[in-house]
Write a protein that binds this ligand. Structure first.
Ligand code: PMP
Length: 436
């Protein structure tokens, strides 16, 4: 009998140790970490350089409260991050996770509007489906009804537009036209809400758990930026899952040259070595808020030296090991192998993603993309079959949306060709068992 409680009664084995792409439970069973936890362990487990940097920092100090001390790891980490951002996005605000990073973006955006005399702006448009975190602010922009419904009296639900699920569309539009069609939903919603009331638009440049690695056509990204500029609306990129190299660029936005005003980071940013996240802000926004009397926001563990030393070492390892290129190269290989599975299994309806942020979706009918019946519980069944066979993958079924059971196959960026073979072997075996 355990005293722990989480989301459900589901219990998994006790974790003993982890190294590289593998994890072992206390009975000695080995698992390949095919989803990097929840797209977190980008540089793999127990990286010696990161552990050594943490050990060195631990011997000096582990915590210094932000109002009492600055610290060198935070200064250097912020400098290194700013150097990887588009020009002018160089103000870094550290937090301890993804929801905190999103929350920080929402609050900085709002305070900026007030600071520049546009206090009528407060609505943040987001997409459906989407996931931006589970704190009430982040939840208000999250497009997953099941997660937000019980809390609706306690928060202000923000307006949503459809996520660009072009792969489900059966019209005669070209990719380019589809991108513009979905971007137009934003323009229409801004006009419907009243542009003077709209503060920001938040999106995952490459979708995460909610949409299963959804990528929009190229035209979408430029058009979204143009529409935000047309109405003076801030663009917030939630790169919590897609950032820090996972898609084959440091920022997923970089694939399209889309420059956000605010960015939320976490997950691969600390790679699981410490709870860590950050908001990166355009300097004009951060400075206007600071100059107007200060940012009314903060978390106790912001920028603590141990977390920042870990993050700095993670960044160093991403560079040293060439993991951003690896995400692209290994991602292309894994993607091709997943695509090939579509010939073998009629019920795989789509394979999508960017770099090593990849997913496949199961359907009842590939022509119509009709999802499998909810009662089949496919997303849990296939995950369990793979888990029994020593492969961890991450799945979701977004109720209410058009997207069906999808599975994120997102191993650490250090994954070798042999390990890709291993992932495919176990996945094939699991899909065979699922098909029976
Ligand atoms: N945004 C995105 C895109 C995410 O994927 C997540 C976590 N799945 C979050 C925000 C929230 O992060 P956390 O769970 O660390 O609060």
């Amino acid at each position: 009998m355990s005293n722990l409680f989480y989301q459900t009664r589901l219990r998994r084995p006790l974790l003993d140790r982890a190294e590289g792409v593998y994890m072992w439970d206390v009975d000695g069973k080995r698992y390949l970490d095919g989803s990097s936890g929840a797209m977190v362990s980008n540089i793999g487990h127990s990286n010696p350089a990161v552990l050594e940097a943490m050990r060195r920092q631990m011997e000096k100090s582990t915590f210094g409260y932000r109002l009492h001390f600055e610290n060198e790891p935070a200064e250097e980490f912020a400098r290194q991050i700013a150097a990887r951002m588009p020009q002018g996005l160089d103000r870094v605000f550290f937090v301890s996770g993804g929801s905190e990073a999103v929350e920080s973006c929402l609050k900085l955006a709002r305070q900026y509007a007030v600071a520049i005399g546009e206090a009528s702006r407060w609505k943040v448009i987001s997409r459906f489906p989407s996931y931006h975190g589970s704190s009430l602010g982040a939840l208000s922009v999250t497009g997953m009804s099941l997660m937000s419904a019980p809390f609706s009296p306690m928060m202000r639900e923000m307006p949503k537009i459809p996520a660009p699920t072009c792969y489900l569309d059966r019209d005669d539009l070209s990719d380019h036209e589809r991108g513009l069609k979905y971007a137009r939903y934003l323009r229409d919603e801004i006009l419907r809400q009243g542009p003077e009331t709209v503060l920001a638009f938040i999106m995952e440049p490459v979708g995460g758990a909610s949409t299963g690695a959804l990528v929009a056509p190229d035209s979408y990204y430029a058009e979204i930026r143009r529409i935000c500029d047309e109405f003076g609306i801030l663009l917030i990129a939630d790169e919590v899952m897609s950032g820090a190299g996972r898609t084959g660029q440091y920022l997923a936005c970089d694939h399209w040259g889309m420059r956000p005003d605010l960015i939320a980071f976490s997950k691969g940013f600390g790679a699981g070595y410490m709870p860590l996240g950050a908001m990166v802000a355009d300097r004009r926004i951060a400075d206007a808020v600071i100059d107007s009397g200060g940012f009314i926001h903060g978390f106790t563990y912001a920028g603590n030296p141990l977390a920042c030393a870990a993050g700095l070492a993670v960044l160093g390892e991403i560079d040293r090991l060439g993991l951003i290129d690896a995400a692209q190269v290994q991602g292309d290989k894994l993607s091709r192998r997943l695509q090939a599975l579509m010939q073998r299994y009629e019920f795989i309806g789509d394979v999508r993603g960017k770099g090593l942020l990849l997913a496949f979706e199961l359907v009842a009918n590939r022509e119509t993309m009709e999802p499998l019946p909810v009662g089949l519980n496919a997303h849990n069944r296939l995950v369990d079959l793979a888990y029994d066979r020593g492969l961890i993958i991450y799945s979701r079924r977004t109720r209410g949306g058009r997207i069906g059971d999808h599975f994120l196959v997102c191993p650490p960026l250090i994954t070798t060709d042999e390990q890709i073979d291993e992932i495919l072997a176990v996945l094939t075996d699991s899909l065979d068992a699922f098909a029976q």
